[in-house]
Design a binder for this molecule. Structure first.
Ligand code: ATP
Length: 457
């Protein structure tokens, strides 16, 4: 993991937020390459789930919502984690994580589980059967269990503290409260989905593992509304659909698995829930959860708002695939990271799927002190840049430039040399095989277009 963290910083994928002031714990900034990778992930999700489907519409709801939304959803009362502190080493832990370390099922709990676990006012001794008697780090004695509110609060209006509101801890509620708007304006028939991605905020207790558990992060959520009798079928469909999405984008099959929640782990209203887990260097962890939430959310909002939230007389069931952009990005980076030996020297290469790669083609002059070569290379970049993310770089020797592009996952490098001035051809080098080909400058757009088309859409 240290290698990934260092690569991210060194090459401009991810920086610690406000680093010059000592940072802000578990908040991250995406640098020039990180923002490209993140956009590629989000664009592909949007394209696959919204643009390529007749049955899904998009939404972009506000982060700030009427606090009654969070009353109705149960977050105000229940969105808390249980924490314990070690009396000896003073480290803080999520109680569910240390008690379920032996469990075969994912130790990270979703809101359904959180809801079952704790009320915010609660303060209790660990139960005898569940007790984690000792600190997992130093073996010290633990404090009693305290509830810890995960929602960030702020206030709205000119007078401070006038009305307390929250930064949304998930994007899903924005979809539920707009369900009728979308259903009516677009005359939708079941089944249909509403997709949204955007920022979510959680004042997490236990952080660490780089961006895996951040306090500010992005979610990609789909609420897929179905007839109650078809819920099971669609639940299975979405579990497989979402699993395949990661595989299609290059995640190795052996590093991805499905983990179904047991009956005890399910919330009272959830019929079924499966996590897609990735084998991170720090263990198998949730990338995305797919839940059959039945009609709980819409019924709750109907009850609390007094509005009719049915669609053609039916309150549908909902299947929810809910994933995190930051976790997906981290998994793609970890999975793509390779070290190999090339003629006795280490080569680091990010084997990202081409459509995820932040830069598609780098244009490199063999000799940066030859103005005609530099001119030709910059001209090639200008011609290609309306079609592909293309970058010019002349800040090192060609060997170093190749290594740099390998490390950030650029699938193609174009080198302009002395011969190029005569024959109007350039060398195209492929990231994965390091094979080189001479291609006519006039054919570059077509050549790259064909090659990049080969990646999953
Ligand atoms: P965890 O138990 O790991 O905190 P969760 O089950 O609470 O996760 P959900 O509420 O189901 O997560 O949220 C859906 C998705 O949002 C998760 O699968 C994950 O990808 C992402 N996510 C949730 N919390 C965070 C976080 N703190 N940092 C980054 N991504 C997150």
């Amino acid at each position: 993991m240290d290698k990934i963290v260092s690569l991210c910083k060194r090459r401009g994928f991810i920086f610690q937020s406000s680093a010059i002031y000592g940072g802000l714990s578990s908040v991250w900034d995406y640098g020039p390459l990180g923002v490209e990778l993140k956009r590629n992930i989000k664009n592909l999700w949007w394209k696959n789930l919204v643009h390529q489907r007749e049955d899904v519409e998009g939404l972009d709801a506000a982060i700030l919502m009427n606090p009654n939304v969070w009353e109705a959803s149960g977050h105000t009362k229940n969105f808390a984690d249980e924490l314990v502190d070690c009396k000896k080493c003073k480290k803080r832990f999520r109680y569910d994580e240390i008690t379920s370390q032996q469990s075969t099922v994912n130790s990270q709990q979703s809101i359904e589980n959180r809801e079952q676990r704790t009320e915010k006012t609660e303060h209790r001794e660990p139960s005898a059967e569940n007790r984690a008697p000792k600190c997992p780090e130093c073996g010290g004695e633990l404090t009693s269990v305290k509830a810890f509110d995960l929602m960030f609060k702020t206030s709205i209006g000119a007078v401070e503290g006038e009305r307390e509101i929250f930064l949304r801890p998930e994007t899903a509620q924005g979809i539920f409260v707009n369900f009728v708007n979308v259903c009516q304006t677009l005359h939708k028939k079941l089944p249909f989905g509403i997709a949204q991605m955007g920022k979510a905020f959680r004042n997490e207790i236990t952080t660490g593992n780089f961006t895996f558990r951040s306090r500010e992060f992005e979610q990609m959520e789909l609420e897929y509304f179905v007839k109650p009798q078809e819920a099971e079928k669609w639940y299975k469909y979405w579990v497989h659909e979402r699993f395949d999405w990661y595989i299609n984008l290059g995640i190795k099959k052996e590093n991805l698995r499905l983990q179904s929640h047991s009956q005890e782990q399910l919330a009272h209203y959830a019929k079924a829930c499966t996590d897609i887990e990735y084998k991170f260097p720090f263990g198998w962890k949730e990338l995305e959860g797919i839940a059959n939430r039945q009609d709980f959310d819409l019924k709750q909002h109907q009850k609390c708002s007094g509005e009719d939230l049915s669609c053609k007389g039916v309150i549908p069931y909902v299947i929810e695939p809910s994933g995190g952009v930051d976790r997906a990005l981290l998994a793609f980076l970890v999975d793509a990271y390779h070290e190999e030996d090339v003629k006795g020297r280490k080569r680091v290469v990010l084997r990202l799927a081409q459509n995820l790669a932040p830069i598609k083609v780098a244009i490199l002059p063999l000799l940066r002190n030859r103005p005609e070569i530099v001119k030709m290379a910059t001209k090639i970049r200008e011609t290609l840049s309306p079609h592909f993310v293309a970058k010019y770089d002349d800040t090192a020797s060609i060997g170093k430039l190749y290594r740099r592009q390998d490390e950030i996952g650029t699938p193609y490098c174009i080198t302009v040399d002395v011969d190029s001035l005569e024959d109007k051809k350039v060398t195209v080098r492929k990231r994965d095989t390091m094979q080189q080909e001479r291609i006519a400058v006039g054919k570059l757009k077509e050549y790259l277009g064909e090659k990049l088309e080969e990646s999953p859409k």
